[in-house]
Write a protein that binds this ligand. Structure first.
Ligand SMILES: Cc1ncc(COP(=O)(O)O)c(C=O)c1O
Length: 368
């Protein structure tokens, strides 16, 4: 941890934070290596990109980029409300789920509070919990899944104010049955709010996604344009929540934080249903391709409802060696760092021609 100048007026909480960040981006790795990656298969972006209609809308928005964006994002929120059958007052925009997670932690989990998540789960939540000075309690995965009943028990016994669960999950790609989530959502203790991160919801079996009910103030659903809509770099996501919670976010959010180009692109993306359906189909094909390539080389692909596949290498050492071999062949991938998830390497479904490169590198890595 760096030693800050003792006389800088840093708040104590920030002074004591560890200097690690949740992600080292592929750009940073390229700078360190002095070499570009051939394939970006490590950040679960959508290699399928944006639709022509979204490109046209984002390009047209440039004409007014000298004007501030609508801080209420009203048109987009109305379109989202119509898509989900909820009221516009039940939709909050943010610059990605990561931004919204920060707002919810700030609002619900300060110093002296406690938040619950799974050990090794998507790390942005933990980062915000540390940043706002609350305590983090973790629950181990069970059979490659986040353990919803154990998370609920932990939240109840710790008196937690926030419970975070990603469904489908990152880094394992697994998902919960609807019955499990229904029980979880109905049982959230009065002192707690569930943040249900549904970044990959469009890729999950529809029958397993519970209906939305923003009348319940204890459940917040988080969605994003970063995955099947292909807009990760434009930073836009949203929460579907009780109207009082949405109104509360207005007190603390960055009002111009969701930029004009992103808002226009998202609005066009919602209308281009066929494009998204095609991406969903192509991702499913890619997952199957990875699974059979993995089986050919003696690795198990964990069943996934996301745009990536976690390949089980059997041990953390083998997974580390496999990741190093893929990075060495200029394929950007990531792996979980905590046991027992760390025996896996996580590979994003990329374009068909890129998948050939990934699969060839996988075969070569395992031969050597
Ligand atoms: C579970 C999960 N939540 C949130 C995000 C980030 O979403 P956004 O780009 O909307 O911040 C990711 C990205 O990989 C993710 O895997």
């Amino acid at each position: 941890m760096p030693e800050y100048h003792a006389d800088l007026p840093l708040v104590d909480l920030v002074r004591r934070l560890p200097s690690n960040v949740p992600f080292v981006g592929p750009e940073a790795l390229e700078r360190q290596r002095g070499r570009a990656f051939r394939v970006r298969a490590g950040a679960n972006e959508s290699s399928f990109g944006i639709s022509p209609a979204v490109r046209a809308a984002m390009t047209a928005a440039l004409d007014n980029v000298h004007c501030y964006n609508d801080p209420e994002g009203y048109e987009l929120r109305c379109a989202l409300a119509a898509k989900h059958g909820v009221d516009v007052a039940e939709i909050a925009l943010g610059s990605g789920i990561d931004d919204l997670l920060g707002l919810f932690v700030r609002a619900f989990a300060g110093p002296g509070d406690c938040a619950v998540t799974s050990l090794g789960a998507y790390p942005t939540f933990n980062y915000h919990v540390a940043g706002y000075g609350s305590e983090l309690k973790t629950v181990p995965y069970r059979d490659n899944h986040e353990d919803a009943p154990a998370l609920l028990d932990a939240a109840a016994s710790a008196g937690a104010s926030l419970l975070y669960l990603a469904n489908p999950d990152n880094p394992m790609g697994t998902w919960q049955r609807q019955e499990t989530l229904t029980v979880l959502m109905a049982s959230i203790p009065a002192h707690c709010v569930l943040l249900l991160d549904e970044a990959y919801v469009d890729l999950a079996p529809p029958a397993d996604i519970p209906p939305l009910d923003p009348s319940n103030p204890r459940v917040v659903r988080l969605r994003t344009f970063s995955k099947v809509y292909g807009m990760a770099g434009s930073r836009i996501g949203y929460a579907i929540a009780h109207r009082d919670i949405v109104a509360m976010l207005d007190k603390i959010r960055n009002h111009f934080g969701v930029n004009r180009i992103a808002q226009s692109g998202a609005l066009a993306a919602l209308q281009d249903i066929e494009f998204v359906q095609d991406v969903v189909r192509q991702v499913a094909v890619g997952r199957d391709e990875y699974a059979s390539a993995a089986a050919d080389v003696g690795l198990r692909a964990i069943p996934s409802a996301t745009n990536f596949v976690a390949l089980d290498a059997g041990s953390s050492e083998r997974a580390e060696a496999l990741m190093a071999a893929l990075l060495g062949r200029d394929i950007f991938v990531r792996k979980p760092s905590l046991a027992p998830l760390d025996r896996c390497v996580r590979i994003t479904v990329v374009l068909p021609e890129e998948r050939k490169v990934v699969i060839e590198a996988l075969r070569a890595a395992l031969r050597s």
